[in-house]
Design a protein around this ligand. Structure first.
Ligand SMILES: Cc1ncc(COP(=O)(O)O)c(C=O)c1O
Length: 276
């Protein structure tokens, strides 16, 4: 079932919702976005996601998005959604219509909210390391931009090889992140995730995992993923998903004891507070 979508302040039947073919979100990927999960009709960590949307827009020099209006849009869409047990909210904010080159147009941004049902992810993930690095020094490093061609291509590469997620190293040769997830490894019994300087996104789930379960931010070589005692992915739609195998290397346990504990803590804490 399609729920009405919200476009620039208006709730519109999804089949009738349109944006300009000149929108730079479409023409040049000049925009930012968020994926927020909702559980039984309530968005999880919406405040953190809207804060990150604002930061992403600022990093790209976009006009400040009206996050209060967008939060209203989220509420309006959710009010129309069926009682799905789990769903995802996609917020997109672009620089709006513009000329055919990369210069921005004068009309202002386009804001869109779409909600849909979400199936739970598999209990474990097999991941595929891709041959292209994340550029931790690139202008879009760590920005949740709609310029996601790198991620689309990497996920396509991983899926063609039987992987459920692709993993990037960075230019320095260190572990970075997935196409839609952050990565944690257990080394010498300690939980470790790459620093934000690795070029990874400041994942909301990554931050909550560090706050609730402990662990440290450290840059480790990409090889550390293959040698991990345990490893897991974090993302809004996965929460914590144990990694079973990295390319052809099967990890010792999925979930291992530290991952299982983190999953339990995350489930308890997120159930207790919908907007942590
Ligand atoms: C590139 C990238 N890294 C990490 C994540 C995980 O972030 P979050 O936990 O906020 O969903 C995402 C989310 O989609 C992502 O696109």
């Amino acid at each position: 079932m399609n729920v009405p979508v919200w476009v620039n302040g208006q709730l519109i039947p999804s089949e009738q919702a349109t944006v300009s073919v000149f929108d730079h979100g479409l023409l040049v990927g000049d925009g930012v976005f968020e994926t927020v999960k909702f559980v039984k009709g309530a968005p999880f960590a919406l405040t953190r996601h809207l804060d990150r949307l604002r930061v992403s827009a600022e990093r790209m020099g976009l006009p400040e998005p009206d996050v209060d209006a967008i939060a209203e849009g989220v509420r309006a869409c959710l009010a129309e959604a069926p009682p799905w047990p789990l769903g995802r909210i996609r917020v997109t904010y672009t620089s709006g219509p513009g000329p055919l080159g990369s210069d921005r147009g004068p009309e202002g941004g386009t804001a869109i909210v779409i909600v849909a049902e979400q199936s739970p992810f598999p209990a474990t993930a097999d991941v595929t390391v891709v041959p292209w690095p994340r550029n931790e020094r690139g202008v879009l490093a760590g920005v949740k931009t709609t310029s996601y061609g790198d991620n689309a291509m990497a996920l396509f590469y991983a899926k063609a090889r039987g992987g459920g997620e692709a993993i990037f190293g960075n230019v320095a040769g260190n572990l970075c992140e997935g196409t839609g997830s952050n990565v944690f490894v257990v080394r010498d019994g300690r939980l470790v995730t790459p620093t934000l300087a690795s070029g990874c996104l400041a994942g909301v789930t990554r931050a909550l995992t560090l706050e609730w379960c402990g662990g440290s931010e450290e840059d480790v070589p990409l090889s550390a993923l293959y040698e991990a005692e345990e490893a897991f992915l974090t993302s809004t739609t996965r929460d914590i998903q144990p990694i079973r195998a990295v390319d052809q290397t099967v990890l010792p346990a999925a979930p291992g004891p530290i991952t299982a504990k983190a999953m339990q803590i995350f489930a308890e804490r997120s159930a207790a507070d919908i907007d942590p």
